[in-house]
Ligand binder design. Structure first.
Ligand code: NAD
Length: 420
C-alpha cells in the first residue's frame, strides 16, 4: 500500500517543492528525508450506495496516513468531485508539519471522497458517509487516526462517522472524530477555532512588525467555516473587513462590511447576491482588491504566477491549505508581502481538535473561554517559534515554518530509531 510520492498533482508538487527546500536548508540526511517525503499508508476504497431513486452508485474514497512518528494521525475528510490521491497525499503531509509546528502530539493524515455534495440529498450523503466510514474503519482508531471535517464536510458528517464506528464497537466512541456536534462529545469553540486562529496569528504578526492592527483592512476569499469565522473574528477585533467571496463571487466595500449582518443575510438568501451594501466582484477581483490583509480561505492554488502579481495586500494569511504555489510565493516574497503560511496560520483547527480529543478521552469538558485562551497561547507561541526560526535561517516565514515542523518530526524519528 505504501507508495513513493512523485510530482504529479499541483498541490503535491507544491508540498514537495516546499519540503525539498526545507530539507536542503536543514541538511537532513538521505534516509530520513526519503522517509518523510513518503506517505506511510494509503487506502483507496470503492463502495456502493443506494440512491433515493433506488439505483446504486459506486463512489471512490481515500484515507492516507503520512506519519505516525509523533503520535496518532490527524486530518480532515474532504468531499469534492475533484479530490485526487495526490491532493490527499499533499494535505496529509501538510498535516504532519502543521501538528509539529504547533507542537501537538499528532502525525498527519487526510481523507477524501469524490462526491459533489450539492447533487445529493441529506439521506444520500448520510449513506455515503456511513459506508465510507465502514470502509476506512480498517484505518481509523481513537489512538491511531482521528478524522475531522474539511471542505464539503461538517459536524453532521462527523456525527455520522462517530455513530457508525460506535455501532460497530457496541459502545460510544466519541474520540474517533473531532469537529463533532457538542451534544455528542464535541468541543466548545471547535467550529470557530480555525478562523479565530487565523486572526490571532495576524494580530500577533502585526504586533511583532510594529504595524497598526486597528487600521488593518481585511479581505477574505471563501465564506465557509474558515472564511466566515476569519471575517467575523476580524470584524470583532475591530478591523475593517472590506471584501469577502465564495464560489459564486464576492462583495467589496472600501468602508467595511457589517459581517454579522452579511452572515444573517447569506443564511436567509443562500448567497451574497442581492446584498446592497457593497459592489459585487469576481473571485479574481477579490484576490487583487485594495486591502492590507488577504485571507485565502477557500482552496489550494489560488495565488499563482498568474494572480500573485496583482495582490495589493501587505500580508497574506493562509486560512486554506496550500493556497499559494511556489511561483506565487516567489512573487509575493519579491514584492515584500508577508505570507503567514498555512501550516502555522490555519492550525487553530487542529489545535482545538486536539483539545476535543483530550476532553473525549478524559470525559471531562472545558469551558469555551478556557479553550479560546489555550488556543490563543498556542497560536502566539507558534508564531514566535516560526518567526524566530525564519530569522535564524534568514528566510521567509513559510520556509521557517517548514524547517521548524520537518525538523521536529526528523528529531522524533531519530530519537525513536529505526525498527527493526
Ligand atoms: P468549507 O467547505 O466550509 O468552505 C469553503 C468555501 O470556499 C465556501 O464558501 C466555498 O463557496 C468557497 N469556494 C470554493 N471554491 C471556491 C473558489 N474557486 N473560489 C472562491 N471560493 C471558493 O471549507 P472550510 O472548512 O472552510 O475549508 C476551507 C479551506 O481551509 C480548505 O483549504 C481547508 O483544507 C482549509 N482548512 C480548514 C480547516 C477547518 O477547520 N475547517 C482547518 C484548516 C484548514
Amino acid at each position: 500500500m505504501t507508495q513513493n510520492l512523485s510530482v504529479g498533482d499541483s498541490a503535491l508538487a507544491t508540498a514537495l517543492s516546499q519540503f525539498d527546500r526545507a530539507v536542503h536548508m536543514l541538511g537532513i540526511n538521505g534516509g530520513t528525508a526519503a522517509m518523510l517525503r513518503t506517505c506511510k499508508r494509503e487506502l483507496t476504497v470503492n463502495f456502493p450506495v443506494r440512491m433515493d431513486d433506488g439505483s446504486v452508485k459506486v463512489f471512490t474514497g481515500y484515507r492516507i496516513h503520512h506519519s505516525t512518528v509523533r503520535g496518532p494521525c490527524k486530518g480532515g475528510i474532504r468531499y469534492s468531485p475533484h479530490v485526487t490521491l495526490d491532493e490527499v497525499r499533499a494535505l496529509a503531509m501538510w498535516m504532519t508539519w502543521k501538528c509539529a509546528v504547533v507542537n501537538i502530539p499528532y502525525g498527519g493524515a487526510k481523507g477524501g471522497v469524490l462526491v459533489d455534495t450539492k447533487k445529493h440529498s441529506l439521506r444520500e450523503l448520510e449513506g455515503i458517509t456511513r459506508r465510507y466510514a465502514t470502509e476506512i474503519s480498517l484505518f481509523i482508531d481513537p489512538s491511531g487516526d482521528i478524522p475531522a471535517p474539511d471542505m464539503g464536510t461538517n459536524a453532521q458528517t462527523m456525527a455520522w462517522i462517530m455513530d457508525t464506528y460506535s455501532m460497530h464497537r457496541g459502545y460510544s466512541v466519541p474520540a474517533i472524530v473531532t469537529g463533532k456536534p457538542i451534544n455528542i462529545g464535541g468541543s466548545a469553540g471547535r467550529h470557530e477555532a480555525t478562523g479565530r486562529g487565523v486572526m490571532f496569528t495576524v494580530r500577533e504578526a502585526y504586533k511583532t512588525l510594529n504595524w497598526d492592527f486597528s487600521k488593518a483592512r481585511v479581505a477574505v476569499q471563501g465564506f465557509g467555516n474558515v472564511g466566515s469565522i476569519s471575517a467575523q473574528t476580524a470584524y470583532e477585533m475591530g478591523c475593517s473587513v472590506v471584501g469577502v467571496s465564495d464560489i459564486e463571487g464576492g462583495l467589496y466595500n472600501s468602508d467595511g462590511i457589517d459581517i454579522p449582518e452579511l452572515i444573517a443575510y447569506r443564511r436567509q438568501h443562500g448567497s451574497f447576491k442581492g446584498y446592497s451594501k457593497g459592489k459585487f466582484i469576481t473571485n479574481d477581483e477579490l484576490l487583487s482588491c485594495d486591502c492590507d490583509v488577504l485571507v485565502p480561505a477557500a482552496m489550494e492554488n489560488q495565488l499563482t504566477q498568474h494572480t500573485a502579481g496583482s495582490v495589493k495586500a501587505r500580508m497574506v494569511a493562509e486560512g486554506a491549505n496550500g493556497p499559494t504555489t511556489p511561483e506565487g510565493d516567489e512573487i509575493l516574497n519579491a514584492k515584500g508581502v508577508i505570507v503567514l503560511p498555512d501550516i502555522l496560520c490555519n492550525a487553530g483547527g487542529v489545535v482545538t481538535s486536539y483539545f476535543e480529543w483530550v476532553q473525549d478521552l478524559q470525559q471531562l469538558f472545558w469551558e469555551e473561554d478556557d479553550i479560546t485562551k489555550r488556543l490563543e497561547r498556542i497560536m502566539i507561541r507558534s508564531f514566535h517559534d516560526v518567526y524566530d526560526k525564519s530569522k535564524a535561517l534568514n528566510t521567509d516565514l513559510r520556509t521557517g515554518a517548514q524547517c521548524l515542523g520537518i525538523g521536529r518530526v526528523a528529531e522524533s524519528h531519530i530519537t525513536r530509531g529505526l525498527y527493526p
